[in-house]
Write a protein that binds this ligand. Structure first.
Ligand code: ADP
Ligand code: GLC
Length: 484
């Protein structure tokens, strides 16, 4: 099959979260199954700097009246997957992140930035000619690509099948309805049966409503989002579309995340040779200025620091952690309050708490490898990747039983023969503390070693999930929906 993926992030060119990893690893897994997959990504300044000048760009004209756009064909560093970088200097050539400026303020023209992304995908998909290649399936990810299915329904003619994947329902891509015209949508689409969501136009809703098939990144999250608790007001639509909604768990790139070959680590190791892991732990303690002691268990966390991620539950268990003699290592940035609280804890307890603010790919690998437990106490988690890395790197995950965390970590108290971590249900300090306490009980005993071996034996490769996507593509091709 010929598949065009459309995503606003793509590892290693641009990443703020797991979407980037999926947008890079899923195409590769599909390629291995014989498909022709290409990825369309916005030409942010940093992305263009790494792809420019390779092949002849393909002009797209000025589809939204904001400036000329063109596609720069290139290959993704590392995997060699074919990509199209969407160059439109008026929209993407600026300093800052993919969604906002360095201060964290959203770009005021995000409707155009991501409207353009969807427009470009549509031109490639229906006009065919500009690239000499056209997809049979367009796979759009998250709200930033949400207009793709809407544009393709509006087109009316023969079109590829559309798949929309929800990586995070909490980001709805909402804009003032007056901006409909600017992104080329007729006002008639501004309706409950359309793109309207609580008095705004929502790019996410466009994706959910107009795509042939929907997927999300775990079976449990697929169920949860059909309830009021997790549905963000979209539970009605999602329940109505349940027969077309599939939960497919993410894999991890087992080449990028392999403790036996990881270039970011000061030593390597595998299940049968764990001495390297101890060396890495001591180096991590040194790097963060913690007391160097292989017997002190390290609880690690690598995460965006937002309400979603349950950072407050970690802060709420600081005393338990400190009194037990354990250590905490956190890498991440996000809400100012969490950053301040973690920074303060590190200042007050320099031997036991280490906090690094910012985004640091190599350090994230060292934390996975050097930690004994990885904390993922999320309030909601569509899939989550760090609990998967953790198991592969022999750190036991401590997670809240929600979304993909519930699907990938089995509690080792409830399931002594099969569990590989510790989990808790309620988002309370007590429940989280209890799970941490159970982890501490195992620490230093043969039980810990047994769980660690079991965790490291697990496989989190992409192939089974790629096969599941393939099936969804086929379904969509055979039975497209018509909404207009
Ligand atoms: P989300 O996509 O909600 O942020 P995931 O667990 O799916 O959550 O993916 C997060 C990804 O981002 C992981 O690959 C994680 O290692 C990475 N990550 C998050 N914060 C940082 C950081 N500060 N430095 C390096 N990598 C990070
Ligand atoms: C989102 C989710 C996360 C998921 C990732 C990749 O950002 O928050 O749970 O793993 O997308 O699908």
């Amino acid at each position: 099959m010929r598949v065009l993926m459309v995503a606003s992030e793509l590892f290693p060119l641009v990443k703020t979260g797991g979407l980037a990893d999926v947008a890079a690893a899923l195409p590769r897994a599909l390629e291995r199954r014989g498909h022709d997959v290409r990825v369309l990504v916005p030409g942010y300044r940093g992305v263009l700097e790494r792809t420019e000048g390779r092949l002849q760009p393909v002009p797209l004209g000025d589809p939204l009246g904001v400036g000329n756009a063109e596609l720069v064909p290139a290959r993704l560093p590392g995997s060699g997957t074919r990509i199209y970088v969407l160059r439109c200097p008026a929209l993407y050539d600026r300093n800052g992140g993919p969604y906002g400026d360095a201060q964290g303020m959203d770009w005021s023209d995000n409707h155009l930035r991501f409207g353009m992304l969807a427009k470009a995908a549509t031109i490639v998909a229906v006009a065919g000619a500009p690239l000499g290649w056209s997809p049979q399936v367009v796979h759009a990810h998250d709200w930033q690509a949400g207009l793709v299915p809407a544009y393709l329904q509006l087109w009316g003619g023969a079109r590829p099948a559309t798949i929309f994947t929800i990586h995070n329902l909490a980001f709805a891509g909402r804009f003032h309805p007056m901006l409909m015209a600017a992104v080329g949508l007729p006002h008639s689409l501004y309706a409950a049966h359309g793109v309207e969501l609580y008095g705004a136009m929502s790019f996410l809703k466009a994706g959910l409503y107009y795509s042939d098939r929907l997927t999300t990144v775990s079976p449990t999250y697929a169920r949860e989002i059909q309830t009021a608790e997790y549905g963000e007001g979209l539970q009605g639509l999602l329940s109505a579309r349940a027969p077309h909604l599939h939960g497919i768990i993410n894999g991890i790139d087992e080449d990028v995340w392999d403790p036996a070959r990881d270039a970011a680590l000061p030593a390597t190791y595998d299940r049968a040779h764990l001495e390297g892991k101890v060396k890495i732990k001591l180096a991590l303690q040194r790097e963060l200025g913690l007391r160097q002691d292989p017997r002190a268990p390290i609880f690690g966390m690598v995460s965006r620091l937002t309400g979603q991620k349950g950072v407050d539950l970690i802060l709420g268990n600081m005393r338990l952690l400190l009194q037990s003699g354990a250590q905490l290592v956190v890498l991440g940035s996000g809400a100012g309050g969490y950053e301040l609280a973690l920074g303060e804890a590190a200042r007050q307890h320099p031997q036991q708490v280490g906090y690094r603010r910012g985004y640091d790919e190599p350090l994230s690998h060292r934390i996975m490898a050097g930690s004994d437990f990885i904390l993922v106490p999320s309030r909601f988690e569509p899939c989550g990747l760090t609990q998967l890395y953790a198991q592969r790197y022999g750190a036991l995950p401590i997670v809240r039983e929600t979304g993909g965390l519930a699907d990938t970590v089995l509690d080792s108290w409830a399931y002594p023969m099969h569990g590989t971590g510790f989990s808790f249900r309620d988002a309370t300090n007590w429940a989280m503390g209890n799970a941490m306490w159970r982890g501490l009980q195992a620490w230093g005993t043969p039980r810990y070693a047994e769980l660690q071996q079991r965790a490291m034996r697990r496989s989190f490769g992409w192939d089974p999930s790629a096969a599941a996507y393939e099936q969804v593509y086929l379904d969509a091709l055979m039975e497209p929906i018509r909404k207009l």
